[in-house]
Each structure stands twice: as C-alpha cells, then as structure tokens.
Design a protein around this ligand. Structure first.
Ligand code: HXC
Length: 258
C-alpha cells in the first residue's frame, strides 16, 4: 500500500515502519497516525512477521503531535472526536512485539509513541521530552503516566513541569530506554534484536509480552498469578516440547509456532 507519511518494508520476519514526514520532523498529524494504524494492522495480519520496528529519521523520531493541526481545536471538538484516543492507541493494542528505534528528537507525542512500544532502543543522539507545558497544554497520549512509570516521579514531574529534555545517556540511566547504541548502528541493532525475537516461538513471544505488560496493570499478587497461569499454558504448546528437547539434544530449536 502507498502511504504519504510513512514507509513500510519487511525484512524476513521483521516489519519496519519508518515515520517519513521530514519537513515537519515527523510531526504526528492525523493522517500519519491513521497510516501507522493501517500499517500495524497489515503487519499484525501478516503471518510471516514476528516483530515490528518503528523508527523515524536520524534527526527526529517525531517532534510531537502536529501543533499546527492542533492549534485551532476547542474543548468541545477535542472531546467529541475523542482526540487522541482514536488511532494513537493502536500501537498499544498490537499483539506482536514492537521496538521503537529512536534517533534525534522524541518530544511530546513522539516520546509518548515511543513509550507505547514494548521497548526503546536509542541512538546516542536521541533526546526525550514532554514539552507540552510550553504550549499551554499537558501530555495527552500517556506521557504523564508512562513516563512516570518508566523513570519515576521525580524525573517525570520535572520533565513535564519544565519541558526539560533528557539525552540518551540520562534516558538509559533512568530506565526509559533498554540500550543506547551509536547512531550509525541503530537500525542494524534494532533489526538484529527484532530478528532474535521473531525467531522465537510466536505464541510464546506473545504470551511473554502479555505477561510483562500485566506488571503495569495490576497488583503484584495478581501479576504473579497471571504469570503463573501463562507459564502453565506454555506447556500446552509444541514449541515448549521442541525448545526443551533441543536443549537436551544440544541443538538449536526449530519452533513451529504451535
Ligand atoms: C508541527 C512541527 C513540529 C510539531 C517541528 N515542526 N515540530 N510542526 N508540529 N510538533 C516543524 C517546524 O514548524 C518546521 O517547519 C520544521 O518542522 C522544522 O522545525 P524547526 O523548529 O525549524 O527545527 P529545529 O530548529 O531544528 O528545532 C527542532 C525542535 C522544534 C526543537 C524539535 O521543532 C520544536 O520545538 N518542535 C516542537 C516540539 C514540541 O513542542 N512538541 C510537542 C508538541 S505537543 P516550518 O514549515 O515551520 O519550517 C504534543 C502533544 C501530544 O505532542 C499530546 C497527544 C496528541
């Protein structure tokens, strides 16, 4: 499918979605978000794909929601269209693992989209921030919630109240990103990591993602119970038999996604 603001490609079992609105530093206009949703629908439905990488350009992952598009909204228009529930949350309902490969600016909605992904790999030039306060609004796509869960109250509160940006090193120290790599290596590392995930048993990877995500939604006791039941469910798969047999026989497993 031809998109205007994103590029979609597949490499083996990995789907790559590139935000591609360079003149606006990948500002997330409504059409881009709609295209992103369609691309994710397609990659979810594609049985050959086991993991998705979402990236931007070297200068900007995304510099936020499109300010020019938002500027004229009223309370009633924002409320009635349910800005931004429609579309944006599609990333969070993706069942396949999604890696954000972030270089350059990930600001406002850009930082929020990165945090909707399962984990963030950052280039050494990445910058994260929630500068909405400078525009007279607050983060609206989960920034006050996901950033707080990721880096704790002190840093999240300071960033949301002042608009201060974190560089990649601070983001790694704070636990916002899983790893920082040199800018030149970002896509190779992201694709290599995605390939590794895509090589695992598909159902087990999905179950694993579901179980980690439970940690954000529930109490420790309920989360442990969720994990325990999902762990038990793994033993109903052929891939558990294959994975453990392969270990015992000192060979690589050949998962069948069953
Ligand atoms: C619309 C944007 C944009 C944005 C950049 N541009 N960010 N357009 N929405 N969020 C456009 C600029 O208008 C300009 O186009 C072009 O991209 C290049 O930007 P410059 O500012 O000239 O680049 P630079 O000097 O390098 O500065 C980069 C920057 C700055 C620091 C990232 O662009 C910036 O501060 N952008 C806004 C960041 C921000 O406030 N994000 C939060 C948005 S609110 P023209 O045509 O003018 O030259 C948000 C709310 C989310 O995200 C809530 C849920 C929806």
């Amino acid at each position: 499918m031809a998109y205007e603001h994103i590029l979609v490609e597949t490499r083996g079992k990995v789907g790559i979605v590139t935000l591609n609105r360079p003149k606006a530093l990948n500002a997330l206009c409504a059409q881009l978000i709609e295209e992103l949703g369609q691309a994710l629908d397609g990659l979810e439905a594609d049985e050959t794909i086991g993991c998705i990488v979402l990236t931007g350009s070297e200068k900007a992952f995304a510099a936020g929601a499109d300010i020019k598009e938002m500027a004229g909204k009223s309370f009633i228009s924002a409320y009635l269209e349910d800005f931004i529930t429609n579309g944006w949350e599609r990333i969070t309902t993706c069942r396949k693992p999604v890696i954000a490969a972030v270089a350059g600016y990930a600001l406002g909605g850009g930082c929020e989209v990165a945090m909707m992904c399962d984990f963030i790999l950052a280039a050494d030039n990445a910058r994260f921030g929630q500068p909405e306060i400078n525009l007279g609004v607050i983060p609206g796509a989960g920034g006050t919630q996901r950033l707080t869960r990721a880096v704790g109250k002190a840093k999240a509160m300071e960033m949301c109240l002042t608009g201060r940006q974190m560089d990649a090193a601070e983001a790694e120290r704070a636990g916002l990103v899983s790893r920082v790599v040199p800018l030149a290596d970002l896509m190779d590392e992201a694709i290599k990591t995605a390939e590794r995930i895509a090589e695992q048993s598909r159902p087990i990877a999905l179950i694993c993602k579901e179980s980690v995500n439970a940690a954000f939604e529930t109490t420790l006791a309920m989360g442990i119970m969720t994990e325990r039941r999902l762990f038990h469910a793994c033993f109903a798969t052929d891939d558990q038999k294959e994975g453990m047999a392969a270990f015992v026989e000192k060979r690589q497993p050949n998962f069948k996604n069953s």
